[in-house]
Design a protein around this ligand. Structure first.
Ligand code: ADP
Ligand code: AIR
Ligand code: ASP
Length: 319
């Protein structure tokens, strides 16, 4: 690797490598917003965005989405396939926020009836304006078929990221993607991080992304760290046993029937029989206490009839 970058952008530097078709991308702590009008530093952002982007590119690869990502090299850098970036910012939205809220007058947080894909012309001098398919055709950026591909790919990526993040208690509000050409292929490129996505806590809607920097909300590094922590938290498999029993005093016709049969077969020593059920579940979770409370909740809601039955829950790591 030489020490002079081929390109230095607002958030990353691009270096050549020994391989003509590969770049080293180095993520910086520098942050800008509003087309560079606001500048600052977010401590540890470079390494957090590098790690978070690596996780997302790997997750997408497992789900059949091809990208420029080859591998993470060290804390701040990743090796990628060199592409010719298509100057389009492909933004996908699930929930109204940011410029969509402004444009449509929709309050931040309103769920969209279905995901919306938008295209912005990636041109700093113009301030990355929103453009439509006809502008894209006039500019000759992609063919109509390629545009359809970008839209489909963005929606597919949205589904993978949305589901994964939700399992980590994060709402994917919106995000920006960039794509590039290599040979006849179009690959997902650039980064997927709190710089380029809006992430909200699924319960509280707390912002866990660059909006904390844009809006001077404080705790910026902490928000990026929280996203990294949620993505890397190891889930373990647990076995839970739920025993459901009739409450004392509730009539048990099944138990009574067994008792009568036993008596008629000559087994006279049985005094009382009450029938319950044992439900065994295997599930993943972060720790025993969390799994116990989740299983107790679903036992109460679903497995037992709270009017007539009581239950107890036993959880242990799956062997
Ligand atoms: P900006 O250029 O908007 O300031 P960055 O600081 O993130 O943004 O710089 C990274 C630059 O590298 C971006 O312009 C991005 O389009 C480009 N890029 C991302 N991935 C690749 C790739 N695989 N090959 C070539 N260029 C890339
Ligand atoms: N984005 C757009 N240009 C640069 C970036 N990072 C991302 C924002 C947000 C989404 O695209 O981070 O996640 C939509 O941005 P906006 O400002 O159009 O609402
Ligand atoms: N457009 C990007 C953002 O607001 C970066 C910038 O405006 O400088 O996230």
């Amino acid at each position: 690797m030489t020490e002079t970058p081929l390109y230095e952008g607002k958030a990353k530097k691009i270096f050549p490598t020994g391989q003509a078709d590969q770049y080293l991308v180095v993520y910086k702590d520098d942050a800008t917003a509003f087309n560079g009008a606001k500048k600052g530093q977010i401590e540890s952002k470079g390494q957090l965005n590098n790690a978070i982007s690596s996780i997302f590119f790997e997750l997408l690869a497992k789900n059949g989405i091809k990208s420029h990502f080859i591998r993470q090299v060290d804390a701040n850098s990743m090796l990628v396939k060199k592409v010719a970036i298509i100057p389009l910012e492909v933004v996908t939205r699930n929930i109204a926020a940011g410029s969509l809220s402004k444009r449509l007058g929709w309050p931040e947080g309103r769920e969209l009836p279905k995901p919306i894909v938008e295209f912005y012309y990636k041109d700093d001098a113009l301030g990355d304006p929103l453009i439509n398919n006809q502008h894209i055709a006039a500019l000759g950026l992609v063919t109509p078929l390629e545009l359809e591909f970008l839209e489909r790919e963005a929606l597919a990526i949205n589904e993978v990221l949305k589901a994964h993040l939700l399992s980590r208690n994060v709402k994917l509000v919106d995000f920006k993607l960039e794509f590039g050409r290599v040979g006849h292929e179009i690959l997902l490129a650039d980064e997927i991080s709190p710089d380029t996505c809006r992430f909200w806590d699924a319960q509280t809607n707390q912002k866990l992304d660059k909006d904390r920097f844009r809006q001077d909300l404080g705790q910026v590094t902490e928000a990026y760290q929280e996203i990294f922590a949620r993505l890397t938290r190891q889930a373990t498999n647990f076995q839970a046993k739920v025993k459901v029993r009739l409450k004392p005093g509730v009539l048990d016709p099944q138990g009574e029937a067994i008792l009568r049969s036993l008596n008629s077969l000559g087994y006279k020593s049985f005094q009382s029989i009450r029938v319950g059920k044992l439900i065994e579940l295997v599930l993943s979770g972060e720790n025993q206490a969390e799994v116990e409370s989740l299983v107790a909740k679903i036992a109460d809601e679903l497995l037992a009839n709270p009017n007539m039955e009581k239950f107890n829950v036993a959880v242990e790591p799956l062997k």
